[in-house]
Design a protein around this ligand. Structure first.
Ligand SMILES: *Cc1c(COP(=O)(O)O)cnc(C)c1O
Length: 413
């Protein structure tokens, strides 16, 4: 197998052989040679239906013609200027128009960078020190959010990685998802909290849905305590529909972070929000943030082509929703009950019921997931290789792809 040969060499060239840890599938990951539509083609000539989709960005499917033409169209004019370009205005207008909570945006190059800057901005704006995140919520790989999950509901953080100093995470508290009492209790006893950051729909511990009115109550509680609400919509932005979770659930967060889909598959991130807060960002204000590749014209071109297509074809969201619903309904009886889905996001948990928070999700049988995952791959379906990564479909996933996926679930379970 070529993939095995590549990986054996890669292990000596890069830590763990990979550029990001989740890719280090054992005994070796397949190497991808090309991708088109709903399919990946591996270096070992397998053709796989892709339900990982780059961990979220590729909602258009791979190598979509409109996105490719936008990238090609920009290439001839160069791909990094170090000056402003008109493309920034175009994507900024679009994002602002689609999100009622957003008056201004700042483009960056990754989701991690976006959440890091949004948290700094929240601290700069409020003059307060601490932040709250959700237990099991993921906001990228920077120090302040790499907190060991499950360390107890409302205690301050413990580092989840070597090299993260306790002093930094001591300013990050965690609360369980879907638990407004824990949030209120924490805010009652700590008045030095700048912001509450959460994925409105959890997407990095599988898919966990908000209970009825949870997000509305979160908005009310944070407002009452003068704490900024940051929606991390790096996955859900343009995934759950135009305007992401905040439009779907009709909530106005103070700040929003975006990434993944808004770059059309090229590196991007964005933090955005109310004018009076965003005007605190340098050079308009005192909160420093900068980046060589920020607002690079290739990412902006790919992103604008993607968002233009999605806003011009809103029916694709209902079509994807119908497809994951049918997939769930096709599962054998016991599994139907722990299949979670929302629009084009879905996840089968190996437990009896859908989890409502991190602790429940962690009760899943990961050994069974691992065996199931391998069988799915052999059946030609690439799912993200963890019980705790969300699955996606794209607009390129056809009815016949969905039948193949459904057939594979039934055979492999
Ligand atoms: C992927 C992700 C990030 C990090 O984005 P990168 O582009 O990988 O840095 C942040 N928040 C959420 C919710 C994500 O899913």
């Amino acid at each position: 197998m070529k993939s095995e040969v590549f990986f054996n060499e890669a292990k000596g060239l890069m830590p763990g052989g990979v550029s990001s840890p989740v890719r280090a599938i054992r005994p070796y990951p397949f190497y991808t040679r090309s991708a088109r539509g709903s399919r990946l083609v591996t270096e070992d000539d397998a053709e796989l239906i892709d339900c990982c989709l780059g961990y979220g960005p590729m909602i258009m499917g791979h190598a979509h013609q409109a996105v490719r033409e936008a990238i090609e169209g920009q290439l001839a004019s160069g791909w990094l200027y170090g000056t402003p370009s008109e493309r920034e205005l175009k994507l900024a207008r679009r994002i602002i128009a689609d999100h009622p909570s957003v008056d201004m945006v700042r483009f960056v190059s990754s989701g991690s960078e976006a959440t890091m800057a949004a948290i700094r901005l929240a601290r700069g704006y409020t003059g307060k020190k601490d932040i709250i995140k959700i237990e099991g919520g993921f906001h990228g790989a920077h120090d302040g959010v790499l907190i060991k999950a499950g360390s107890g509901a409302t205690t301050m953080g413990v580092p989840d990685s070597a090299g993260v100093i306790e002093d930094v995470v001591a300013h990050t508290a965690q609360v369980p998802y879907n638990d407004t009492e824990a949030l209120s209790a924490l805010l009652e006893k700590n008045d030095d909290i700048a912001a509450f950051i959460l994925e409105p729909v959890l997407g990095n511990i599988g898919t966990i849905l908000p209970e009825k009115d949870y997000l509305k109550e979160v908005r009310a509680i944070t407002e009452e305590h003068d704490v900024l609400l940051i929606f991390d919509e790096v996955i859900t932005g343009y995934r759950l529909g135009i305007g992401g979770a905040q439009v779907k659930y009709d909530i106005r967060p103070d700040l929003t972070t975006l990434g993944k889909i808004i770059g059309g598959g090229l590196p991007i991130g964005c933090f955005a929000g109310r004018r009076e807060i965003m005007e605190m960002v340098a050079p308009a204000g005192p909160v420093y943030q900068a980046g060589t590749f920020s607002g690079n014209p290739l990412s902006l071109a790919a992103g604008a082509a993607t968002l233009d297509y999605l806003t011009g074809h809103r029916e694709v969201y209902d079509a994807m929703d119908d497809k994951t619903r049918a997939l769930g309904e096709s599962l054998p009886a016991p599994y139907r009950d722990s299949f979670v889905r929302l629009g084009s996001m879905f996840k089968l948990y190996f437990r009896d019921t859908p989890p409502t928070n991190y602790v429940e999700a962690k009760e899943s049988d990961t050994a069974r997931f691992g065996a199931f995952w391998k069988k799915m791959l052999a059946a030609g379906v690439f799912l993200p290789p963890s019980q705790y990564e969300t699955n996606f479909i794209s607009i390129a996933h056809s009815d016949s792809d969905m039948e193949t996926i459904a057939g594979a679930y039934t055979t492999c379970l």
